[in-house]
Design a protein around this ligand. Structure first.
Ligand SMILES: Nc1ncnc2c1ncn2[C@@H]1O[C@H](COP(=O)(O)OP(=O)(O)O)[C@@H](O)[C@H]1O
Ligand SMILES: [Mg+2]
Length: 537
């Protein structure tokens, strides 16, 4: 199985034969959506639009490519589907050997238990292709479900990404957390994939909330005091401005519901206050928030979302295996979508791995870089990543303004920093790789008026996803993601005038006054000391 999306959904009961299984009803799109098709064969139900495969009512983990093969075979049940046609559907625009297809079909057979106890679902027709031989029924059902709209019109849940890669584990873990805690925040830097993961979790949880899931995109709200009004009106409450909190509580108090607050960072205080209030007064409500900054609210359980998995420098697996890693898989999907013919070769795999590592596995950055392949080519992309120009590569015309470029994405976070935080961030950009907390604090002290604020400011930058850290084993390591470091370097010149180093280091024992005219703002004393405590600088 590839590291593609795995959909996990626990469903407690199976519907009667030939009826829409319960999971289907719960998973059906929001009200008013089109009818939903499914195929039934043996103990399986396959929902192509939802990209969901159920066995006896329970979701079966299956990679995206295997699922795509199964969907095509089910659409053409009883027919032999040629290898080239399958390859074109599963790897559009990519030249791939038949071996790759064989691996996926083998994975699919394993997932289906083909051959076990005499079961036979997929047949290989030598020299031609594959055929789904199991008797397959095709059902069309009214997929709409009741969503408690009698108590307010629920906001339509955004559809999950058709090709979400590498988040099966995260979706499973966040879904698990929502079973045991009432409030989970998916926390991480801009463009890492928080909204995408939260939407996937929402779809994963439709059954357990009986479809009562409400999604609110806070990015569209600019004023904190408008948050309750926006939530109330998203419920379809009319004229809720007089006392929106009361109207919301009235609506949700007795409801078992999942509320999703997407993109909270710019309204962090208002979001924390509203969520706490709802959780206090509505015992069956659960909240899933996404935010670049943790909410620090009562009951919050933070789930840190990291970049998509990339192979390490030492990883010398075959091109096929490397390209099945989530970050690389996203990259080639995007290249293919741009209409570019892309050869999967050993050397290409290593170059793409390098690009993805450099982009820290950030889904947004990978998308932006991949769309540059047709015009720049891989080598030029690697070269551009050594400069800061890639921060300004344009994405989709229709993307959210803060997702148009990496610079715009980081601008959104940067604009939420105070002057101290900005100054420390610029200063930390001198570290090329990871650093210890000790070194971060020392760099902070060089630009802060109040020396004992160093830890406080570093802590704030961590909670705002501008400093990443790896608790790992032993001493925790901290670093700026490459995109954030490039951005901070880009702005560093203006930063020096924003906040010049103001302190002399006599008291700290380093005995060095800082020269604000230096291009590298961290003093040589710091460099010496960081060398001693073993940090790359
Ligand atoms: N796992 C994924 N697979 C494919 N594309 C993804 C994935 N995660 C994110 N993306 C894409 O990356 C971009 C940024 O994702 P998003 O979820 O909006 O990030 P965030 O909410 O962290 O800012 C979007 O265009 C989204 O479609
Ligand atoms: Mg988001």
């Amino acid at each position: 199985m590839t590291a593609d999306t795995v959909i996990t959904q626990e469903v407690s009961a199976v519907g009667p034969p030939n009826a829409l299984p319960r999971a289907t009803q719960a998973n059906a799109p929001a009200q008013g959506s089109a009818a939903e098709d499914f195929f039934a064969f043996g103990p399986y139900r396959l929902f192509p639009r939802q990209r969901l495969l159920l066995k006896d009512g329970n979701a079966l983990p299956i990679g995206n490519r295997s699922l795509e093969i199964l969907i095509l075979l089910a659409e053409r049940q009883g027919e032999v589907v040629g290898k080239n046609e399958l390859i074109a559907r599963v790897w559009p625009g990519i030249n791939i050997e038949e071996g790759g297809l064989r691996v996926q079909v083998a994975g699919l057979r394993k997932a289906l238990g083909d051959g076990i106890g005499g079961a036979c679902y997929i047949k290989t027709v030598a020299g031609r292709g594959y055929c789904l031989v199991a008797t397959t029924d095709h059902f069309e059902s009214a997929g709409a479900i009741a969503r408690g709209t009698e108590r307010g019109q629920a906001q339509r849940l955004p559809l999950p990404l058709a090709r979400m890669v590498g988040r099966d584990n995260d979706v499973r873990k966040v879904s698990g957390l929502l079973r045991t805690t009432r409030f989970v925040t998916v926390h991480g830097p801009g463009g890492v994939g928080k909204t995408t993961a939260a939407i996937a979790v929402a779809h994963d949880q439709l059954a357990s909330f009986q479809g009562d899931i409400h999604f609110l995109d806070l990015a569209k709200i600019t004023e904190p005091h408008l948050l309750p009004v926006a939530l109330a009106s998203s419920f379809g409450l009319t004229a809720p401005t007089s006392d929106p909190n009361a109207a919301i509580l009235e609506l949700v108090r007795d409801r078992r519901m999942l509320l999703i607050f997407d993109s909270c960072e710019h309204l962090i205080d208002a979001a924390a206050a509203l969520i706490e209030k709802i959780l206090r007064e509505a015992p069956d409500i659960r909240v899933l928030a996404t935010s670049r900054e943790t909410l620090r609210a009562d009951g919050e359980h933070v789930y840190r979302l990291s970049g998509l998995e990339c192979p390490s420098v030492e990883d010398e697996q075959s091109a096929e295996r490397l390209f099945s890693r989530p970050a690389l898989s996203l990259f080639i999907n995007k290249v293919a979508a741009s209409g570019h013919q892309f050869e999967l070769t050993e050397s290409n795999a290593q170059i793409v791995a390098k690009i993805c590592r450099r982009l820290d596995g950030l889904a947004l950055a990978i998308n932006l870089a991949a769309t540059r392949v047709p015009t720049l080519g891989l080598s030029q992309i690697v070269g551009s990543l050594e400069t800061n120009t890639w921060l300004f590569w344009q994405g989709h015309r229709t993307a959210l303004p803060r997702h148009q470029t990496m610079a715009a994405s980081i601008d959104w976070s940067y604009s939420l920093l105070d002057e101290d935080e900005k100054a420390v961030l610029h200063h930390l950009s001198a570290y090329r790789e990871s650093f210890t907390l000790d070194a971060a604090c020392e760099a902070a002290r060089q630009v802060l008026l109040t020396p004992f604020d160093d830890l406080l400011v570093i802590d704030k930058l961590i909670t705002k996803s501008l400093i990443s850290f790896d608790a790992g084993q032993g001493l925790a390591r901290y670093r700026l993601l490459n995109s954030i470091r490039s951005y901070a370097l880009e702005r560093r010149d203006t930063a020096v005038s924003l906040k010049e180093p103001r302190r002399t280091f006599a008291a700290s024992g380093y005995g060095c006054s800082v020269d604000s005219s230096r291009t590298a703002p961290v003093g040589t004393d710091t460099i010496e000391r960081t060398r001693r405590i073993g940090m790359p600088f």
